[in-house]
Design a protein around this ligand. Sequence first.
Ligand code: RB5
Length: 147
Amino acid sequence: MKIGIGNDHSALELKAEIIELLKEKGHEVVDYGTYTADSCDYPVYGEAVARAVASGEVEQGILICGTGLGISLAANKVKGIRAAVCSEPYTAKMARAHNNCNILAFGARVVGAELAKMIVETWLDTEFEGGRHQRRVDMIMEIENKD
Ligand code: RB5
């Protein structure tokens, strides 16, 4: 799978570990930055990965900031994006199985590297279940067209 990844300065080291894991598992990774430890603004990277997912440039996205919150909030402003902050594998599984989320987010200051890897592996191994969940996901996305 082609996966886009993005982060702010708080997540540089964790991103490198996640990229290594993704490559080990045979995925193609596009890194949208940030690339240095200099303080930066997470909305830039949240938006970049979200636009790449929304346009089909990549199939799914992974976003990491200090908490996962700011960067996912930015991503969720892009039409077509369902970004979920997941701090443990169960939520990651449900975010795919029931919500068909297309971006996984987590916090480098919240989860350690090993837990983050379990979250990512669970995310990648879980398929959307469709059925009644499709109707609900459609309802979420219709909200974008109401304003
Ligand atoms: C940066 O200090 C921090 O605010 C950011 O990484 C993130 O946690 C925001 O939601």
